[in-house]
Design a protein around this ligand. Sequence first.
Ligand code: SAM
Length: 251
Amino acid sequence: MRVDVVTIFPGYLQPLSLSLLGRARADGLLDLRVHDLREHTHDRHRTVDDTPYGGGAGMLMRPEPWGEALDAVLADPPPGAHPQGPVLLVPSPAGEVFRQAGAVELAAEPWLVFACGRYEGIDARVVQHYADRVRVREVSLGDYVLNGGEVAVLVVVEAVARLLPGVVGNAASIEEESHAAAHDGLLEAPAYTKPPTWRGLDVPAVLSSGHHGLVARWRRDEALRRTARRRPDIVAGLDVAACDGADLRVL
Ligand code: SAM
């Protein structure tokens, strides 16, 4: 997968060189390229912002450097790029909330491009213009406001890249996690390792029973209970047809 990130803070993306993603890059599974938006300015101060039309607090990012920077990225597609070009992801608190299902969709794409806003965001014509040329998605991490899109890139790239074959050592672990479609999007059950007793707290006996059926049922029940308690919105969206009688007794 190719990922291009345009930002005024290239250094913010350095964590993407660490750990599993760093190894994925070294192994050629992830080709991540970070571009400095200021390379596409033409004044002495390398200005990327200006005051908003209509007044209001703060500054907005001007469209011209964005146009130049994104045109340069789009002019250099990776081999095997989608005929419609990359998905252009524009982090924004006003975007669609990013979820695991979105990560799964993006993991099937050969090329993602991120445009990191700063200040009060990017002139709205940038999204308007590129929506006619590529598939654009404005994505939000959640209902709060960050200072810039870089943290959203760290989150989205990590969530997507770990789904690429070979990035996470044990492929099964991805299917057993919270929000996985294979488990109906439920939260994962609590998990334990050794020792069997720690500070007076015991590991649930069923987990040491060696009975795979009972362990699976316990995990499913705990996942259902935990999800119902913490995320009733997920339980409300469950497909009742996918639940068996034992599930329905827990719910
Ligand atoms: N004026 C914008 C608004 O009220 O919608 C907020 C701009 S915010 C201070 C600056 C940048 O941070 C945004 O352009 C976006 O890139 C990023 N950002 C802030 N909150 C975000 C969130 N919840 N999810 C994704 N990106 C976010």
